[in-house]
Ligand binder design. Structure first.
Ligand code: GLU
Length: 448
């Protein structure tokens, strides 16, 4: 059996009941097949793929806290420190009821390659908790965040592991966690990114993932003889990534017409009103029904199983910005049937393997999240640099660096796909380009 297949079987056998982790590993290993098989014995002897797929460290801990009724609640906290070959562990924290070890491992594994692609010195990590901030009071969120950090603080540090936000973790949660870290350690350091602007945060970090997604999409289109101006875009999600993707798409002259949350989705024939969306989601933390109620051009649809939701809308470009596996084979068929010619992932692994394959086979330009959503973590690394030099850069400075990074990422994966004879396969290009740097660093550092 080939080394790649052997390692994949090992990962499945050793990590039972972690389907998302298997999926992420499968996608990467399939892409690496050409690289590994060119020098199979050397990679096998060094057990490089085994070392790549086993996290350096996994921390799992209890998070007890007291709710507003005086009831004690207990959640499961995680931090997976996956790979530190090229820099301190870096990656977000996800607070969502679906969080379990397998989900955090898939996200941490993806983060290794994503962070490598940014060209910045950051290793891969991810963490989170099965806590649901939805419907909780600010006091409850604070109590939870303080308890979470009271355990996590001993495993992280500005030169060790630097968490940030992800689903369910925004400015409010980062603030509460930062305060608790500082209180325990008595140290003012850049241990988290996505901080508020008054206490070490970077300008443009909030916008970075969504803006970066559009910078990369624009470049991918340009390099394939297409223009983003005037194009209709279907976006899923209504969180931080979706909101700023919609905003940047409009600035580039495109027309985003959809967004979605966990209970339903919006089609707005006039194009999404970003100010209203921000008011509903960031200020009121309300459902999208409120968007529809305030906007005559918007239709609200309840989410239904077996329906394609935002992917049923006729569009040129699709940007899945909600969560993993939200775009399946049937959705992909609906997109292709409606003339969609480009998909770029804003979320982490939102497209299933079958859907990705279908899109690519049908000539749709497809960019995986580890490249197209890397703008968030790249700007986090810029926040780390600013914290280290105790300076802050202007919005324009950060934004132009972000744009340069995203354009560079696209060219790196484009070149890698060409070099290995898979021109236009940006999934393979991203995995190969991300892998080569990490593998080189791992080899140089010996058996650790
Ligand atoms: N959660 C984001 C991601 O998936 C950002 C991570 C970070 O800024 O560290 O890449």
């Amino acid at each position: 059996m080939s080394y790649v297949d052997e390692v994949y079987e090992l990962v499945v056998a050793k990590n039972p009941a972690q389907p998302e982790f298997h999926q992420a590993v499968k996608e990467v290993l399939e892409s690496l097949r050409v690289v590994i098989e060119a020098d199979e014995e050397a990679y096998r002897k060094e057990a490089l793929l085994e070392r790549l797929t086993v996290p350096e460290r996994v921390v799992q801990f209890r998070v007890p806290w007291v709710d507003d009724k005086g009831q004690v609640q207990v959640n499961n906290g995680f931090r997976v420190q996956f790979n530190s070959a090229i820099g301190p562990y870096k990656g977000g924290l996800r607070f969502h009821p679906s969080v379990n070890l397998g989900i955090i491992k898939f996200l941490g594994f993806e983060q290794i390659f994503k962070n490598s692609l940014t060209g910045l010195p950051i290793g891969g990590g991810k963490g989170g908790c099965d806590f649901d901030p939805k419907g909780k009071s600010d006091r409850e969120v604070m109590a939870f965040c303080q308890s979470f950090m009271t355990e996590l603080y001993r495993h992280i540090g500005a030169d060790t592991d630097v968490p940030a936000g992800d689903i369910g973790v925004g400015g409010r949660e980062i603030g509460f966690m930062y305060g608790q870290y500082k209180r325990i350690r008595n140290q003012y350091e850049g241990v988290l990114t996505g901080k508020g602007l008054t206490y070490g945060g970077s300008l443009a970090r909030t916008e970075a993932t969504g803006y970066g997604l559009l910078y990369l999409t624009e470049e991918m289109l340009k390099c394939n003889g297409k223009d983003i101006t005037g194009k209709t875009i279907a976006v899923s999600g209504a969180g931080n990534v979706a909101i700023y993707a919609i905003q940047k798409a409009q600035q580039l002259g495109a027309k985003p017409v959809t967004c979605s949350d966990s209970t339903g989705w919006i089609y707005d024939s006039e194009g999404i009103d970003v100010a209203l969306l921000k008011e509903v989601k960031e200020v009121k933390r309300a459902r999208l029904t409120e968007y529809a109620a305030a906007r005559p051009s918007a239709e609200y649809h309840e989410k239904k199983a077996d329906e394609h939701g935002v992917w049923s809308v006729k569009c040129d470009i699709a940007l899945p910005c909600a969560t993993q596996n939200e775009l399946d084979l049937e959705d992909a068929k609906a997109l292709v049937a409606n003339g969609c010619f480009a998909v770029a992932e804003g979320a982490n692994m939102p497209t299933t393997l079958e859907a990705t394959e279908y899109l690519q086979k049908n000539g749709v330009l497809f960019c995986p999240g580890k490249a197209s959503n890397a703008g968030g973590v790249a700007t986090s690394a810029l926040e780390m640099s600013q914290n280290s030099e105790r300076l802050s850069w202007t919005f324009e400075e950060v934004d132009s660096k972000l744009q340069g990074i995203m354009v560079n990422i696209f060219h790196n994966l484009d070149e890698a796909s060409k070099k290995y004879g898979m021109e236009g396969d940006y999934v393979a290009g991203a995995n190969i380009a991300g892998f080569l740097k990490v593998a080189e660093a791992m080899k140089a550092q010996g058996i650790v």
